[in-house]
Design a protein around this ligand. Structure first.
Ligand code: C2E
Ligand code: CA
Ligand code: CA
Length: 269
């Protein structure tokens, strides 16, 4: 039928315009600040890619990341994203904000590349990036799916001090038992659990318990998609370390991110 035809056509057009988009410089990074729950100061940023397509306008990652993964373009796009994020880290350090953490999303298609860790380490050296400023985010489902093939790369980077966060936690299939064996530093609680806060009492309890278990395992805990004061207060009370969400700020372009830090008045070294 016509609707399916149109969707198919749009998909084909997207695929065809996606590849040249990288060399045409149509991608850009937005940064969403993350805050310490204890004092509401900025502790870092998550880098989120956008595609400013001449043909389609501004596109969110859901529209093109899956296509980039299928076509393997995510490998080269992923290195471009990393390089941009590294330049941002460099800028932060130069301006005296050397304690901030920048999180970069990594697709499993990138992580299964044999030379992934080696390439990242070379790039870190080239941009003089110290591992304490960097955290990679990998989704729980991706981690579970390809555990064996990604583990070598993760362990290599972990040994150099690079941090890993388990993204969208609670939406995949990992048992809590498994959590103790994963080489991660940070647990990023999925927005769906944050949305449950304040609704049914039993559902808030689950969210609170995930925070507590994660903390007892020595992990840093981030809640994402925090939109209300009620959600923030509950998470802060449960000692969820880090908060990210529209309540504080949407993802913003780099210059606005820098302005947020200045306004935030965090001590620069
Ligand atoms: P994610 O890693 O879970 O990123 C969080 C998403 O939630 C972002 O959407 C962000 O804008 C949105 N968000 C943050 N706070 C709130 C909130 O309070 N309320 C609501 N409703 N949404 C909030 P975005 O930027 O559209 O990214 C979507 C997904 O695309 C990301 O989910 C991630 O899986 C993927 N992605 C984004 N950038 C990259 C990238 O550079 N590389 C890879 N491989 N994937 C990326
Ligand atoms: Ca993420
Ligand atoms: Ca997430």
């Amino acid at each position: 039928n016509e609707r399916m035809n149109n969707e198919l056509l749009e998909r084909l057009e997207l695929i065809n315009t996606l590849k040249p988009a990288l060399s045409r410089g149509e991608f850009l990074l937005y940064y969403q600040p993350q805050y310490w729950s204890k004092d509401k100061k900025i502790m870092g940023f998550e880098a989120l890619v956008r595609w400013k397509s001449e043909r389609f306008g501004m596109l969110p990652p859901v529209k093109f990341i899956p296509l980039a993964e299928e076509s393997k373009l995510i490998v080269s796009l992923g290195y471009w994203i990393m390089e941009e994020a590294f330049k941002f880290i460099q800028k932060l350090c130069q301006q005296g904000y050397a304690s901030l953490l920048v999180s970069v999303n990594i697709s499993v298609v990138q992580l299964i590349q044999k030379d992934f860790a080696g390439t990242v380490l070379k790039m870190m050296e080239a941009y003089n990036i110290s591992p304490q400023n960097l955290e990679f985010e990998i989704t729980e489902s991706a981690m579970m799916e390809s555990m064996d093939s990604v583990l070598d790369n993760i362990v290599l980077l972990r040994n150099k001090g690079v941090r890993f966060a388990l993204d969208d936690f609670g939406t995949g299939f990992s048992s809590l038992n498994y959590l103790t064996r994963l080489p991660i530093n940070t647990l990023k609680i999925d927005k769906s659990f944050v949305d449950n806060i304040g609704k049914e009492k039993s559902e808030s309890i689950i969210t609170g318990s995930i925070v507590e278990i994660g903390r007892k395992l020595g992990l840093s805990i981030v809640a994402e998609g925090v939109e209300t004061d009620e959600q923030f207060n509950y998470l802060a009370k449960k000692h969820c370390d880090r908060i990210q969400g529209f309540l504080f700020s949407r993802p913003v372009p780099e210059n606005q991110a820098l302005r947020l830090i200045e306004q935030d008045d965090i001590a620069s070294a």
